[in-house]
Structure formats: structure tokens, C-alpha cells
Write a new protein. Structure first.
Lengths: 295, 295
């Protein structure tokens, strides 16, 4: 076939992919071509719009470097990242819901003893976080690696600041024999996603704000369980209804109540009011996942 | 709405676009989100595949610069460019079919007198091209600017070579009072699209060759007519059935017959055999296009 029109072109491109040896790649590419062409036909894309799209996508690639990933941000702000997350993590009962990893995770954060203060001297409202990691049936998971990271009082992560000598508001803890972990930090704050690039332009022309509601990130890894990547969001945050990356789930919103001066759960004497988060994390056994994909 | 699942997320993102003031932008973005999400759901995209896609698109952007546009090449090789062309140029009877502009057009090429030899000393089989530019009813279009460009005997365009002192196989002619133009050049050759980047990787893993059949590009501009962008392909080329960018149309394939030594149409005495192309170009009046979009 060498003569195509606006309808037969799609079949022609899919035919051209027929020799792809990797069957999964053939499936994915064929579906991509079908949906991409359907989009162009549905909106009757003009040549000027096509040029704008080419220019936009090129600039998204060129804005990305080793510290910034603008294509992930585009995927996040178009709801694609959370959709991929939802498809790949259909959590059974007793297992914590997942959400996006985000661009500020750093692998192998500094390991800290239980009870450590990870605020690195940054100012903010003191926050005590205690968590319990368990199996779907509620059995404690001991020795799990709990990575935590979150924004500071101004909405910045440590990697976005030039005035810090090392990691702050970022650490790895190990759960004790009861699956518990606890530490001190400061309250996170809502913040805008990076919006000085092409994705920021898209948010502006579609009249969208770039803010994410305040949250603490958790990544929990333990043998025989799927690694859990999630956030816990601060109840009452004004951006919970309109997270720029659509990552909020009801089950991940928690109260961070203000506590009066006195003795904290770890025995620390607090002279000022402080905030507290207590959250339970259910992990999904790997054996169950293996059963799911074995058929 | 702040709790989304793999089905409701699409509606949520489209809702978030509802405040977009530009109605056309709102339509295009909403359709894009719908089709993109449908694609992800249909193939049940895995997280590893998503990361591969992010990395691929990032590299496509980063491979682009002022001399190379890898996103246009991606659009071309996925059949999107020719689809956009088909949608935007539904040609009535008597009007030449369009095809993609391609990445090697240079604006305002050097103007040459009718009959000039534009081969710039490059070796190859001598080719005489004569054309006539007319309205749908066959009336000659005088004074039209006819830009031509094509590959050399090795399949390269002048802009891809470092050993040339100026433009070659590239010029602008003006049609005479009878709508005619003619010039000498050399036969073009089939060639691969640039395939040392991410698009080349895609072609390899989908078992596709990167070749385009031999052709001469034409861009014809005249007052009161839509600018015509097209190619004329060399009949018999082995890649006509499998052009890497899907740009071939039956009506654009022409014989380039070999002629015996003797006197050419412009009076040149040829001692060797030479090739000849005679092609008629029908332009589309702008008034007709205006009528089309006025409803």
C-alpha cells in the first residue's frame, strides 16, 4: 500500500510495525499510533497547531537535565503518572494506597537512628512522626527501610536550596521489632511544581495553578514485600482539592494535630506546642503479586 | 473531586482544563488527555515502560537543534505529519496533491534564471526538469515562485555536506507568461532519514528501514493561491512502497525517462544520454479555501 488518505494512513503505519519481534513493543506502538492519529483526526489539528506541539515537546526535552525532568512534570500535570500508578498498584484490602514518587527523591538517603531530628536546623513548627509498618493481616514488618523526605517551611526541598551543607528533611529509618519507626522534623508546606519552563506555560494558558498540597513522602522497602511509594497529606491544606499533579487520595490524608507543651511519645520534653502524625503503612506481599502475573 | 481511580482520573484532568479561556486550546487539550489516557489504559502501561517513554521523549527533544528536528522526524515516521497534511489539504480536482515539507527546506533559496543548471558542479546523471503551473481550470499562473530542492547522487542534501561553498540542488525560479519553468540539475537519489538518534533506535527495534524513495521537492507560491508544498517521486524507486515517512501518493509519482544524446527542449546539445521530467502543478485558489472555512 502506498497511497494513504487521512483514514487509511493509520492502518498503513500499524502494518509497518508488524515485523517488530518484541510482541509487547508491537502492541504498545500500534496502540500509540492508533490513539495519536485518532486525536489528530478528532480535533482536525491544523498545521500551525502541529508546529506549536513540535516546538513545545522539543522545549520540554531541552529543559530536562540531571536535576530536572520536565517530561515527568508534563506526565504528572496531565494525570498520566497517577494513571500509570493506579494501573500498576491495585492495592488489596489492608495495603496502603500508592502515589507518585515525584522528582525530589534521592536514592540511599542518610540512615538515622529512631527518634532522630532530621530538620538539619531548618526553622518551622516541630513535628513528631510515628508510623507502623505491617502486612495486610496486621503483622508487624521489622527491619523495613523507611525513606522519608519533604519540603521545608518555605516549600523547598533540600536539593532545591544552595545554602545547605548536606541533606535535610530527608533520611532512612529502620523499623523496630514491632514494625515501628519515629522521628522529629518540621511541618512540610504546600509548594508550586517548577513552573518556569514549558509545563509552566501550559499551566498558565489553561488557567491552572502549580501548587501541591503539603505532604510527607514515604518509600518503604522490606524483603518479601512490594516497595511502597506514597505520600501522607496534611488534612485541611487548601490545595487538597486541586493538587497540580492529581496525586491526592482520601486514604492518604491524615490529621497532623497540634499538641500542647508537655512530654512527647518518645519522652522529649516540649516547651512549645508541637504537631504529631501517626500513620499505619500496609505492605503488599510479593508472593501475591507473583500469583497475579503468573497466568 | 480529589479521589481518582484509573477511570475517573481522565474526567478530573479534563475538568481541570475547563477554565482555559481559549476555546480551541481547551478542545485540543481535553481531546489530547482523553486519547493519551485511553492509550495508557488500553495497553496497561507498566512503570518501566513509562520510564522508557519519558527517557525516549527527553532524548528526542535533546537531539534537536537549529540544524536537526528530531520531533518532526518522530512525527514523520509515526505518520502524524502526513495525516496533518491530509487533513489540512483536501485537494479539489485539478489541484496537485501535497506532501510533507521535510527538514531540508531552506527559506528564500537563490533565485536563478529559467534554464539554469543548479547542480553546482556535483556529479550525477544530467536531469532536465520542465513544469507548468496552472489553476484548477488549466489557466497558466505566471510569475509564481517555484522553490526546488533535492538530494544529490549520494543521497545527501547540500545542507548535510561540509564540502560545498554554497547552495546546490536548490533554487527559486519564476514561471514565465505561460506558467512554465525549466532548469537543469542531476538525478536525486533515495536516502535514509537521519537515524543515528532516538528515532533511529525506534526504527531499528520495530524492524523498519529508514529510507525515502528518490524525489524532487517543490514549493510553489503565487498571489491568490494557496502555497503548494509537494514532492515528485521517481517511478520505479524500490522504496516507493515503504517510504519511511509515508509521504508517497500515486499522483506524485512520475517517469523520469532516459533520453538519447541530441538536442534538449531548451536547445542544449547533449552528447550523453540525459533524464527528463515534465510535470504539471495545479494550484488551489485562496478564495475557494475562504469559502470552505466561512461556514
Amino acid at each position: 500500500m502506498r497511497q494513504f488518505d487521512e483514514h487509511t494512513i493509520t492502518e498503513a503505519v500499524i502494518e509497518r510495525l508488524a515485523k517488530t519481534q518484541n510482541a509487547r513493543l508491537r502492541t504498545v506502538m500500534s496502540a500509540l499510533v492508533g490513539h495519536l492519529h485518532d486525536f489528530v483526526r478528532e480535533v482536525q489539528l491544523t498545521e500551525a497547531e502541529w508546529r506549536t506541539a513540535i516546538d513545545f515537546l522539543t522545549r520540554v526535552g531541552q529543559k530536562s537535565d540531571d536535576k530536572r525532568q520536565e517530561f515527568i512534570l508534563l506526565s504528572d500535570t496531565l494525570g498520566v503518572s497517577i494513571l500509570v500508578d493506579a494501573i500498576n498498584h491495585r492495592q488489596p484490602k489492608g495495603v496502603t494506597e500508592t502515589t507518585v514518587l515525584g522528582p525530589f527523591y534521592v536514592e540511599n538517603p542518610p540512615e538515622q537512628p529512631l527518634g532522630a531530628d532530621i530538620s538539619g536546623g531548618l526553622q518551622g513548627e516541630k513535628l513528631f512522626i510515628e508510623g507502623k509498618v505491617h502486612s495486610p493481616s496486621g503483622k508487624p514488618v521489622a527491619g523495613a527501610a523507611v525513606d522519608v523526605w519533604h519540603s521545608d517551611n518555605e516549600g523547598y526541598y533540600d536539593v532545591q536550596r544552595n545554602d545547605l551543607s548536606g541533606p535535610a528533611l530527608r533520611a532512612r529509618f529502620r523499623t523496630d521489632q514491632n514494625g515501628r519507626f519515629w522521628f522529629w522534623t518540621i511541618m512540610p508546606r504546600s509548594y508550586p511544581v517548577p513552573h518556569d519552563g514549558p509545563v509552566g506555560e501550559m499551566l498558565r494558558v489553561t488557567e491552572r495553578h502549580p501548587f501541591r498540597p503539603a505532604h510527607v513522602h514515604f518509600r518503604i522497602e522490606a524483603p518479601e514485600f512490594e516497595t511502597l511509594v506514597t505520600h501522607v497529606f496534611v488534612a485541611g491544606d487548601p490545595y487538597l482539592e486541586s493538587d497540580a499533579v492529581f496525586a491526592v487520595k482520601e486514604s492518604l490524608i491524615a490529621e497532623f494535630p497540634q499538641m500542647p507543651p508537655g512530654v512527647a511519645p518518645d519522652g522529649t520534653e516540649m516547651k512549645q506546642p508541637w504537631r504529631c502524625l501517626n500513620y499505619r503503612f500496609g505492605l503488599k506481599p510479593i508472593v501475591e503479586a507473583a500469583e497475579h502475573v503468573s497466568c
